[in-house]
Design a protein around this ligand. Structure first.
Ligand SMILES: CC(C)(COP(=O)(O)OP(=O)(O)OC[C@H]1O[C@@H](n2cnc3c(N)ncnc32)[C@H](O)[C@@H]1OP(=O)(O)O)[C@@H](O)C(=O)NCCC(=O)NCCS
Length: 206
C-alpha cells in the first residue's frame, strides 16, 4: 500500500523554512513506501500506539516515560521544532519509526544537538533508521549546530554502523552506564560528529 501525503500537510510545513520539503516519500529496501515528516499534534494517538508496541528495552533510551499517554499528549501540546524536532515515518496510517533531534538545554552546550531513533521491529534493517537519522542530522547542520551526538549501547553494532556511515566517530565510553533488562549493566558509547567537517566535505564534492 502507498503512503499518503496529504495536501494539508504539504501546506502546513511550508510555514517552517527548514521543514518546507516535508512530507517526503521514502522507499524501503523491500519496496514499500513510507511517508516521512515531522510530528504534528494530530499524531498523538498513533505515536502512543507505536510506543505501546515496542519492547521495553527499545524504550529505555528515551528521555520520557512513553508508556504514559499523558507524556505523548504533552509532546503534542508543546511541540516546538527548535527545541525538539521529532521526525516520524508512516506506513498505512501507522507510525513505524520516530527519531528526535534535541537541542541542548544548557547554555554552554548550546552548539550541541543529540539524535535519538527508534524503528518498529518489523520495519528494521530496511534502511529506515539510517534515513531518519540522516534527515535529523542534516537539519542540525542547516541549523548551525557545531556538534551532533548520539548515545548508543556499546554492543549495538547496527546503530553504530548507521552513525559511522554519516561521519560520526566513537568519542567516549561510559562504563556500566546503562541497565539492560536481563543482562545487567552495560557500557554506553557516545558518538559524535563535528558539522564543520561535513560542510567542508560537501563543499569539496560540489
Ligand atoms: C537502531 C535502529 C534504530 C536501527 O534501525 P533500522 O531501520 O533497522 O536501521 P537501518 O536498516 O537503516 O540500518 C541498519 C544498519 O545496520 C546494519 N546491521 C544490521 N545488523 C548488524 C550487525 N549485527 N552488525 C553490524 N551491522 C548490522 C545493517 O546492515 C544496516 O547497515 P547498511 O545500511 O549499511 O546495510 C533499530 O534497531 C532500533 O529501533 N533499535 C532500538 C532503539 C535503539 O536502540 N536506538 C538507538 C539509540 S540512539
Amino acid at each position: 500500500m502507498e503512503s499518503t501525503v496529504s495536501q494539508t500537510e504539504t501546506q502546513y510545513f511550508k510555514r517552517f523554512p527548514l521543514l518546507s520539503d516535508y512530507p517526503k516519500k521514502f522507499v524501503l529496501k523491500d519496496g514499500r513506501e513510507v511517508a516521512i515528516r515531522p510530528m504534528i499534534k494530530e499524531d498523538v494517538e498513533a505515536l502512543y500506539d507505536f510506543f505501546s508496541k515496542l519492547d521495553p528495552d527499545d524504550k529505555m533510551f528515551l528521555r520520557d516515560d512513553v508508556s504514559r499517554k499523558e507524556t505523548i499528549i504533552k509532546w503534542g501540546e508543546n511541540l516546538n521544532y527548535d527545541v525538539v524536532l521529532p521526525i516520524i515515518a508512516i506506513f498505512d496510517g501507522k507510525i513505524v519509526a520516530d527519531g528526535t533531534l534535541h537541542a541542548s538545554n544548557y547554555f554552554w552546550t548550546r552548539h550541541v544537538a543529540e539524535i535519538r531513533i527508534v524503528v518498529a521491529k518489523d520495519f528494521r534493517n530496511l534502511g529506515l533508521g539510517k534515513k531518519i537519522v540522516s534527515e535529523l542530522f542534516f537539519n542540525a547542520v542547516k541549523r548551525g549546530f557545531k556538534k551532533v551526538i548520539a548515545q548508543v549501547p556499546f554492543h549495538q553494532l547496527n546503530t553504530i554502523r548507521i552513525f559511522e556511515s554519516l561521519g560520526f566517530e566513537k568519542e567516549a565510553i561510559l562504563r556500566k552506564h546503562i541497565m539492560i533488562k536481563g543482562k545487567g549493566l552495560a557500557d554506553l558509547l557516545i558518538m559524535s560528529c563535528f558539522t564543520d567537517k561535513v560542510i567542508q566535505n560537501l563543499k569539496v564534492s560540489i
